[in-house]
Write a protein that binds this ligand. Structure first.
Ligand code: FMN
Length: 185
């Protein structure tokens, strides 16, 4: 496996999000594969990044996050569905990252979660368009989690069927990142 980390991105800045709970589970599955994991929550975006000047001049705290994205062997994105799409904070994060090197040739996997029946299918498909535009390699095995709030028990344990789907996705994605990494050497 690659020694470069796989970055797991919790794709919202909403506090106590399901995305972050799921991102932590995905990160644990990667660690079990022997992969180095870098977990990023969009709650960690520095507030100065929302100053309009940030388009031209990135705040130092954001430059550190930018470097983590560049260093990652792959990006595993967990997105909720907000208003039939992915969160605006996630799009803003993407827009703040360096063009084109942040996603060019970068493997990316998606997990969608939503309160509704479609499990953030729309959010993930819209993200695929954005990452496709940026020449990322989209991992074909996507995981959708409908009615997400019913998938955790009172002790915050995830439904075992969903957990197994995430574990399988992680296994395949780690191998995919490794293969793409080798082919780019
Ligand atoms: C701003 C906002 C918009 C939402 N829009 C949708 C929606 O379009 N479809 C849906 O199924 N659920 C929608 N929901 C419910 C969320 O998908 C659900 O609560 C999800 O788990 C929230 O993700 P988070 O905890 O990771 O923030 C919305 C929630 C928020 C906060």
């Amino acid at each position: 496996m690659s020694t470069r980390p796989i970055m797991v991105i919790s794709g919202t800045n909403r506090p106590k999000s399901n995305a972050l709970r799921l991102a932590s589970i995905v990160a644990r599955h990667h660690a079990r594969q022997g992969v180095t994991v870098d977990l990023l929550t969009l709650c960690d975006m520095p507030h100065e990044v929302f100053d309009p000047i940030a388009y031209a001049q990135k705040p130092p705290a954001f430059l550190a996050i930018q470097q983590r994205v560049l260093d990652a062997a792959g990006l595993h994105v967990i997105t909720p569905e907000y208003n039939g799409s992915f969160p605006g904070a996630l799009k803003y994060f993407i827009d703040m990252l360096k063009f084109p090197e942040s996603f060019d040739g970068k493997p990316v996997a998606f997990v969608g979660e939503a309160a509704g029946h479609w499990g953030a299918l729309r959010a993930v498909e819209q993200l695929q368009l954005v990452f496709g535009y940026r020449n990322a390699h989209v991992f074909p095995n996507r995981v959708f989690i409908p009615a997400v709030n019913e998938k955790f028990d009172g002790n915050a344990n995830l439904d075992p069927t969903i957990d197994e789907r995430l574990a399988n996705q992680v296994k395949g994605f780690a191998a995919y990142c490794h293969l793409i990494g080798q082919s780019r050497k």
